[in-house]
Design a protein around this ligand. Sequence first.
Ligand code: GRF
Length: 210
Amino acid sequence: MAALRLRLGILASGGGSNLQAIIDACKSGWLDGEVRVVISNTPEAGALQRARAEGIPSFRLSSRTNPDPEDLDRAILRTLREQEVEWVILAGYLKKLGRETLESFRGRILNIHPALLPKFGGPGMYGQHVHQAVLAAGEKTTGASVHLVDEQYDHGEVIAQREVPVQEGDTPATLAARVLETEHALLIDTLRRISEEEPARQNGPLPRSR
Ligand code: GRF
């Protein structure tokens, strides 16, 4: 059966390099997909600038724009639906999704995390904190994980992981830079796999791979 074109909605709070990796993969034809919308909670997010530069609809939705959490949840869900999004990707998004969005897209929301979950995940484990913790624990190997999103931070089923060796003399910054490159590759490879397996997937869960 022919692969389906993935219609993606990206939520991001930061610089948006993972978003850019997805955009570039779509543009080059590596990934049969399309970023339909970018949502950020922060107006300064590089992700919003990248979306604007690519002509992708982008929105700031946050507790500032929508102070009532249920209203914010509905605004995010409405925005994703208006752009006919099928898969939601949290690419450096630092907020939790609300109940309605989670329920509407359950099994179709992915997060990229810069460590080998379940290690070094959960509340407070974001950005440099993750890499500091990896180094403090004396780990020899770290990596990146893509997992399904549920109500808890970094908690849903891991569907793909890739390892990154920790090197002598690594600092949180050097490690973060190498892991980030791996995140980009893992994310677009995982999305490609989903685009290829989508018809089969209706009969069962996505198999885990490395
Ligand atoms: C990445 O390390 C991602 O795993 C984490 O936040 C970082 C975002 O990077 N959750 P970017 O905004 O995609 O450049």
